[in-house]
Write a protein that binds this ligand. Sequence first.
Ligand code: NAD
Ligand code: ZN
Ligand code: ZN
Length: 384
Amino acid sequence: LTLQWFGNKNVKVVEAPVPAITEPKDVICKVTGTTVCGSDLHLYHKEIMQLQAGDILGHEWMGIVDEVGSEVKNVKKGDRVVASFQIACGTCKFCKEGLTSMCDTTNSSSVQEKLYGKPFAGLFGYSHFAGGFAGGQAEYVRCPFGDTNLLKIPDSVPDEKALFLSDIIPTSYHATVCAEVEKGKSVAIWGAGPIGLLAAKWSKLAGARRVIVIDKIKERLTLARDTIGCDVINFDEETDVVKAIYKLEPDGVDCGIDAAAFRYTKGLLHGVQRAIGMETDSAEIVNEALRAVRKFGNIALVADYAAMTNQFLIGALMEKGITLRGTGQAPVQKYWKDLLKKVESGEFDPTIILSHRFKIDEFKELYEAFDKKEMGIMKTFVQT
Ligand code: NAD
Ligand code: ZN
Ligand code: ZN
């Protein structure tokens, strides 16, 4: 079984043949766990170009090695592994520098080349915009460059924790690194989804003095406050978020992280199509961060922005000497061994955000509920 895309809000669980090894570095895995990610909704809504009917979605997955190509050295049949969401070759210039999410060889999207000069790495299950690889919302997946893109998981770490090393654990950690979160600093995080909340948790573990989380979904803010120990701001009740931040931190916060993006404030309009048509998107969260961050502070954008925007508060960036950093797609392989140790020791528990469990044949219903923000879904584990 696989989850395939057929059009706007049209996904179906469909039988498909088990993929075969086509390259000597390929590994075929039997998937044991997968999930749906906020960024899958861009595909669901056909906001990403280069989607094709029958594309198998899913970039967060783990499983058991079923078959290895002749040049695979690090994993063997029967190993329990998690896959990184990006597909890196491991040998190009960028991969050698540890920048696996910027791999130069696994994505030749013409749209990305036109927009960005050079495409970033291929991703599992994210259309031909990201290399055209079949995804992991399936019972079997072909993993190219298995030695680079699979990590062995010790028996002591259950599937429900290991799965999140594919994306949200390293991504949220990378966001705090890019925002220069350190002991004694104050941090504001826009968005209390999986990425924002786990970034809040990493900030606490790094010894941040204060972590402020901004959202409007009450259950998410409660989790931030009661489970992670953050100050929270509900932007539906507090009309001036920046003022509310200054009330808590009179100098402004040292670090800002945008883990929300504009898509919930402006509707789900985000997409490369718009850039090609030279349309613009709002930068309102970035502007809030630019105003709320202290002079010479840091901001990291981990939320997925594509293309271009107008109404960007460039004056605050310049006059306040702020460092504004895009995180890129997070280079998972740079962090995942170290972060696995923190998960294994119990220091970092990603299941604080796990809210629901599903089975693979319920995927269509899951997409519908996740899209409508029904059932209070935060993060799911889908057993295959
Ligand atoms: P999510 O949709 O679950 O959470 C986003 C949260 O932002 C929601 O709770 C929403 O209520 C809140 N929000 C909306 N408008 C806001 C505003 N004006 N101020 C404050 N909060 C606001 O998403 P997620 O899965 O946590 O992912 C967060 C972002 O990170 C997404 O854009 C996702 O695509 C991106 N992402 C990036 C990477 C990467 O490698 N760079 C990887 C994974 C996800
Ligand atoms: Zn994801
Ligand atoms: Zn590479």
